[in-house]
Design a protein around this ligand. Sequence first.
Ligand code: KG4
Ligand code: ZN
Length: 352
Amino acid sequence: MSYDSLAREKQAALIERGHATVLAIETSCDETACAIVKDGREVLSNVVHTQIPLHRKYGGVVPELASRNHVERIGAVVEKALEDANLGLKDIDAVAVTCGPGLVGALLVGVSYAKGLSLAGNLPLIGTNHILGHIAANYLTFPDLEPPFTALIASGGHSHIVRVHDYDRCTLIGRTRDDAAGEAFDKVARVLGLPYPGGPELEKLAREGDPKAFRFRSAFNEREDEFDMSFSGLKTAVINLLHTAEQKGEEVNRADVAASFQYEVVSILSDKAVRAAFDTLVLAGGVSANAALREALAKKAKKKGIRFCCPDFLYCTDNAAMIGSAGFYLLMKGHRDGLDLNATPYLSVVSE
Ligand code: KG4
Ligand code: ZN
């Protein structure tokens, strides 16, 4: 029988059983990651090799270097994930892999490796959306959480408010018109002289500053009838403030700038997301590691009387466990890809 027929049969049996141990691979940006996840909720192993030290000297991710480093690391990372879970390929039921959005060369490394594993074990291959994965990080943290709910996605490339109707279906409520929240954090961190990745560094610096020292406003975000957001105006306001001070030879308290900028971004994200939510609000994406954002959302959600969920810190930034969870549900809903699965750099999370 052909690979395709065997994988189809295997998937049908898994759906019938309602259980599956999924090996998941994530290589969309600068983390080479593999995890083994049982039934979408139980993490048996979770290995992340970060390339941050490699990219730090360039101040951002260099795509070509990222791809090459994924190629060098992927084999060892997958082996380690199997070893940590005390499993062999024979114990794996399906392979999930991030197929977009992300850097095309980086994605292709994971996709190609996942194809090899699927073919070797005649296992169903599940191309998984990275953003759906970030949302699924919450399924790992909250065993009872199920769609439908409203989600705020804030990562390096995305700032979306979506309605998650089902494990495989989201519709758009609002999105950034320009920079993503994480991107804005990274750019402002850079002008403040902080190393890459800027988000966590800016958060650290902000802890020492006064969030009310400066007011970086952008009129667009103050519209009550609008769920779209804009962050590039805030970034420009910070840059202008620093340049003007520099030209005048004045000292600016960098911690105050960081705290004021963070305060504004957190206010925009939390106000809009809580306004959009009416039952449960879920936070997802790398910026979900930001304590100020988590606190503001928790507080505002409580005030509105709705549930708020955010992932364990471990699953906030890129990892493969979240892909294993999302992949499990896609598998159970009958999604499966052939060996012609491609990387899609601008893959959207919303279906219309
Ligand atoms: O989800 P992620 O790991 O990768 C993408 O899919 O983009 O998100 C990375 C982004 C970066 O922009 C990073 O600066 C930001 O998340 N980030 C943070 C924090 N931790 C990560 N931003 C603010 N505060 C943090 N603690
Ligand atoms: Zn991500």
